[in-house]
Ligand binder design. Structure first.
Ligand SMILES: Nc1ncnc2c1ncn2[C@@H]1O[C@H](COP(=O)(O)OP(=O)(O)OP(=O)(O)O)[C@@H](O)[C@H]1O
Ligand SMILES: [Mg+2]
Length: 399
């Protein structure tokens, strides 16, 4: 990556010099085979992924979009209500072009089960799949969703290569608090499974007898007291069974990580025009640089509209105050009150827009090479193909 990692400097007022993100050029680029939408919680990752996928398909690409926990109505409109981990054609696509769109919703547990089944002998897989610790880990461990999203991406990529069914994979990422979780979680899960606590549990199950030192025996005894003998046995069986698979897991995660670093991958960082989301986006951009992962740009989603007219916030407030001071009576006073209220609203909105532009400028000053697209806040949420088309249009609109 050519982008220099700049330090976040003091707030610099002035024009926002960020280069524009050319979304249609990105979607048309046949060398780009994977687009990953990252960002902190609730900023619009799922919406952006679905909108990009639809737009790319209607422009002639053969697309599959991997969504994670889409809102119910959006899932319905894309025909992916069923959580069966299989990409399905999205109904209602504009059929003119040569493109196609398949969509799927990640089933974390099923993806995990598939990996276990593909790695272990049938007996061993069955043993792992019914172990209560495996069930807990595969359905709820923090980070499992991120790990499995990467796993699924790897599988889709392999399928695309083998069958030629897709030439573009658009990936949504899990609703983590931090955008970085997507990159960090697989490693965290690996270290958990590799960790000392697990080793300790594992030792009595398979280690030579001499490992059963007095100290370890005491730990095991204490754990047996706390957890109960059956629980401890389950845990040890799970760890022992999982341990043999584990090398495979690490390798798979490593391969997907390499896929994310490849030339044909493009990351988009989605952020709301708010301090926390933009700060997260900045961390993420820096991290992508460190990992040598290709960043295509920043999407600022749900930006506020500038109110019409050139009236400044200060003048609107001054006018509101003057109106309120006027000691009128009856209808004239009511009108003045209403007008003052509207002037205050205007001032408030003008200030929000100014604040959002300052935040965006701050980001662009620190990361001047990162192209940007801005999508305004729509009056309703985005829950059908028309809504997605509109977001797609807005994403690719150039000023
Ligand atoms: N530009 C927009 N205008 C209006 N509503 C929007 C816009 N973008 C997204 N939304 C709505 O905001 C909500 C959150 O969007 P979305 O689910 O895409 O976010 P997310 O980043 O995927 O969230 P999570 O982190 O929970 O997965 C949805 O209801 C969506 O319809
Ligand atoms: Mg989402």
């Amino acid at each position: 990556m050519s982008a220099q990692r700049g330090r976040v400097g003091p707030l610099v007022a002035g024009t926002d010099a960020a280069p524009e993100l050319d979304v249609d050029a990105l979607l048309a680029d046949r060398d780009v085979g994977i687009i990953v939408c990252c960002g902190s919680g609730g900023v619009g990752k799922t919406t952006t992924s679905a909108a990009l996928a639809l737009r790319a398909a209607e422009q002639g690409r053969k697309v599959v979009v991997l969504t994670i926990d889409p809102a119910r109505r959006l899932a319905q409109s894309m025909g992916i209500e069923e959580l069966d981990n299989v990409p399905r054609p999205v109904p209602g696509l504009d059929e003119d072009g040569a493109g196609s769109l398949d969509a799927m919703m990640l089933d974390m547990k099923r993806t995990f089960d598939d990996v276990v089944e593909s790695q272990a002998t049938p007996e061993k897989a069955a043993q792992i799949l019914q172990n209560p610790f495996y069930i807990a880990l595969s359905s709820s461990f923090a980070g499992t969703q991120e790990y499995m999203a990467m796993e699924k991406l790897g599988q889709l990529h392999a399928d695309a290569r083998r069958t030629g069914r897709w030439d573009l994979i658009v990936v949504d990422t899990p609703p983590s608090r931090s955008a970085l979780d997507f990159l960090d979680a697989p490693e965290r899960l690996s270290s958990f499974l590799d960790g000392r606590f697990i080793r300790l549990l594992l030792a009595p199950a398979r280690g030579p007898a001499r490992l059963m030192s007095a100290g370890l025996g005491a730990v095991t005894n204490a754990l047996t007291k706390v957890l109960g003998a059956q629980v401890l046995r389950d845990m040890q069986t799970f760890v022992a069974a999982f341990d043999t698979l584990f090398g495979g897991f690490r390798q798979r995660a490593q391969r997907t990580f390499e896929l994310l670093q490849a030339e044909g991958t493009a990351f988009l960082v989605v952020a709301a025009p708010e301090p926390d989301a933009l700060r997260e986006a900045a961390y993420f951009v820096e991290r992508l640089n460190e990992e040598r992962m290709p960043l295509a740009g920043l999407v600022v989603n749900r930006a506020s509209h500038a109110p019409a007219g050139g009236l400044s916030a200060e003048r609107a407030l001054a006018a509101a105050e003057r109106l309120e001071e006027t000691d009128g009576t009856g209808a004239a006073s009511a009108t003045a009150g209403l007008t003052a209220g509207l002037l205050r609203l205007h001032a408030h909105r003008t200030r929000i827009v100014a604040r959002e532009s300052r935040l965006q400028e701050r980001f662009s000053t620190a990361h001047p090479d990162v192209p940007k697209a801005v999508v305004p806040a729509l009056s309703t949420d985005v829950h059908d193909l028309d809504g997605l088309r509109l977001v797609g249009d807005l994403l690719s609109q150039r000023s």
